[in-house]
Design a protein around this ligand. Structure first.
Ligand code: 5GP
Length: 166
């Protein structure tokens, strides 16, 4: 199913074949479309990027793998990075599935966005790094060398972090 206009004009076909669950996916993702059709997904969702349900942070959110929790609130979770690059290296992630900062800012509601940044600030307070300073990094996509495709920010601190990019 490619695009809204096709969806709108084909609604009778969906009724005819008793398709009550529709997934609209932008871009050509044959496997994902086949999966969506097999599962007969409920509702309509327009995605700019496909969220990988099996990524490591999705597993953390489902408590399928262990992690060291720092803090959480209704919409966000903070935990220690498994491979710290500084004395303090904490990841903050939204609980809902967003691929990166752009995707999060475009699609999350204001409550989620507020909760996310509140948690970032609460981590900064908890670790008492507001005075000495810290660095927040978010990597996105190929050029940003993002490894885990679930939006996250790195909070780094506890020492002088040097120049921004080596
Ligand atoms: P990215 O390159 O996507 O911005 O950063 C991903 C971060 O996730 C890396 O700093 C990496 O060490 C961290 N990471 C990867 N796998 C795990 C894991 O299983 N648990 C935790 N706590 N951190 C992880």
């Amino acid at each position: 199913l490619f695009g809204k206009s096709i969806l709108e004009t084909q609604i009778d076909i969906f009724k005819k074949y008793n398709i009550d669950k529709i997934c609209v996916i932008t871009g050509y993702q044959k496997e994902k479309i086949n999966q969506a059709l097999k599962k007969r997904i409920v509702g309509i969702e327009i995605m700019t990027k496909i969220y990988d349900e099996d990524n490591v942070f999705a597993k953390i959110l489902k408590a399928k793998i262990p992690y060291e929790k720092v803090l959480e609130n209704k919409y966000a979770l903070a935990f220690n990075d498994i491979n710290p690059q500084a004395p303090i290296h904490i990841l903050v992630i939204p609980k809902n599935p967003y691929t990166d900062l752009y995707n999060f800012t475009q699609n999350a509601n204001l409550d989620e966005i507020k909760c996310f940044w509140e948690l970032v600030n609460n981590v900064i307070s908890k670790k008492v790094i507001e005075d000495n300073g810290f660095r927040i990094i978010t990597n996105s996509g190929k050029d940003g060398n993002q490894d885990v495709p679930h939006f996250h920010v790195h909070i780094l601190g506890g020492k002088n972090l040097g120049r921004m990019i080596n």
